[in-house]
Design a protein around this ligand. Structure first.
Ligand code: PLP
Length: 422
């Protein structure tokens, strides 16, 4: 994340920051050697899902080839070995987020499931009139679960508006916090605008009002260091596939005392202590929230992805991406008729834009012919599209393997789009 703080740390010589060699990084991602329509692939859709380094592919392959078994159940070697490794990833995720304990880390399928878990297990105790605060820049994953809760419990949803430059309206948020607020659920980084929300202050204000905060960190953990204890987040959710890991693995961090007080989300094997037809008792967190066979190999893949990111250094990644964002902002601004949507001061390496008179789907199709993969559409944020009065945008989202040269390829491809449609 290109916060001033992370940039300072990255650029002003913290000893932990290693030299960042983007060509060496690119060599770790086999898919980046591909051509598309006869052109070298330029992958600018990491915000939707990131590509995977060899280390992740090999870690998962190694498990299937050499020691695969179900976890938590077997008395035999493979099962115990893999259980240790699976639980080891939980501890690794706890360190990654600086959680106080690995018992605060729940594995889910993705961030969507993590948010739904909280909406059910925490949310179902809410009553008619209780309020949950979200914002205009939320992904549908952090809107729809609360609407479903509204249908179940009659809660009220309060929506913090977004400023014209795409920044979070802290003043409006503060005025919404009140005696009926029961939960604040907000994104840490907007997947459309790139805006980094002032999460520490958001949480401080919520706690002053006695309200817990759930953070959608899907776009945040990939761009810089997240410390849940420094933030004092009550819940923090992210998804593995955007962090250079596999699909079908997500994480919900929850403070121990909150998780302990929450009933199960899904029922089945692995989440129980005892079962009889008369009564079932439940395991302690985190296993209480992990019904059924978990995403075992995916968790191993996530562990490898975290190792990979740590080895490069999150501060070094943040500095590299800040450079990319600055270059992309300057280069795309030179394209006549192009408007960037989302120009907040604190931004991650995500740029949404529109081109005068040209539908984003046409932009996406033409730049694809140049080998450039960008996302076009509403980005699962339809209310935000409405806020900015556009049906859709084109979005370039950058990752640790992108180069300034690739941004130039995108800019040239956009000139081609204009030639064709202009
Ligand atoms: N939240 C944000 C901010 C996102 O960007 C996304 C995915 O784009 C999600 C939630 C949903 O992620 P997943 O589909 O992995 O649950």
């Amino acid at each position: 994340m290109a916060t001033a703080e992370s940039l300072r740390t990255a650029l002003v010589g913290d000893n932990s920051v290693r030299a960042f060699d983007v060509e060496r990084v690119r060599a770790d991602f086999p898919v980046l050697r591909q051509s598309v329509h006869g052109k070298p692939l330029v992958y600018l859709d990491s915000g939707a899902s990131a590509q995977k380094p060899t280390a992740v592919l090999e870690a998962m392959d190694e498990v299937y080839r050499s020691c695969y078994a179900n976890v938590h159940r077997g008395a035999y070697y493979f099962s115990q070995h893999l259980t240790d490794r699976y639980e080891g990833v939980r501890a690794k995720v706890a360190r990654f987020l600086n959680a106080a304990s690995d018992q605060e880390i729940v594995f889910t399928r993705n961030v969507t499931e993590a948010i739904n878990l909280v909406a059910h297990s925490f949310g179902d105790k809410l009553a008619a009139g209780d309020e949950v605060i979200i914002s205009e820049m939320e992904h549908h994953a952090n809107i729809v679960p609360w609407q479903l809760l509204r249908d179940r419990r009659g809660i009220t949803l309060k929506v913090v508006p977004v400023a014209e430059d795409g920044s979070f309206r802290l003043d409006a948020y503060e005025s919404m916090l009140g005696p009926k607020t029961r939960l604040v659920a907000l994104t840490h980084v907007s997947n459309v605008l790139g805006t980094v929300t002032p999460m520490k202050e958001i949480i401080r204000l919520a706690h002053k009002a006695g309200v817990p905060v759930l953070v959608d960190g899907a776009q945040a953990v990939v761009h810089g260091k997240v410390d849940v204890r420094d933030l004092d987040a009550d819940f923090y959710a992210f998804t593995g596939h955007k962090l250079y890991g596999p699909t079908a693995i997500g994480v919900l961090y929850g403070k121990a005392e909150l998780l302990k007080a929450m009933p199960p989300f899904l029922g089945g094997g692995d989440m129980i202590r005892t079962v009889s037809f008369a009564e079932t008792t439940y395991a302690d967190p985190p296993h209480r929230f992990e019904a059924g066979t978990p995403p075992i190999v995916e968790a191993i893949g996530l562990g490898a992805a975290i190792d990979y990111v740590n080895a490069i250094g999150q501060d070094a990644i943040a500095a590299h991406e800040a450079g990319l964002l600055a270059h992309a902002t300057e280069r795309l601004s030179q394209v006549k008729g192009l408007t960037i949507i989302g120009t907040a001061k604190e931004k991650a390496a995500i740029i949404s834009f529109v081109l005068d008179g040209i539908h984003p789907h046409d932009i996406g199709t033409i730049v694809d012919r140049e080998g450039v993969a960008i996302r076009v559409g509403h980005h699962c944020a339809q209310p935000l599209m409405e806020r900015f009065g556009v049906p859709a945008t084109a979005r370039a989202s950058m990752g640790l393997y992108n180069t300034p040269g690739e941004i130039d390829v995108l800019a040239k491809a956009l000139e081609k789009v204009k030639d064709i449609f202009g």
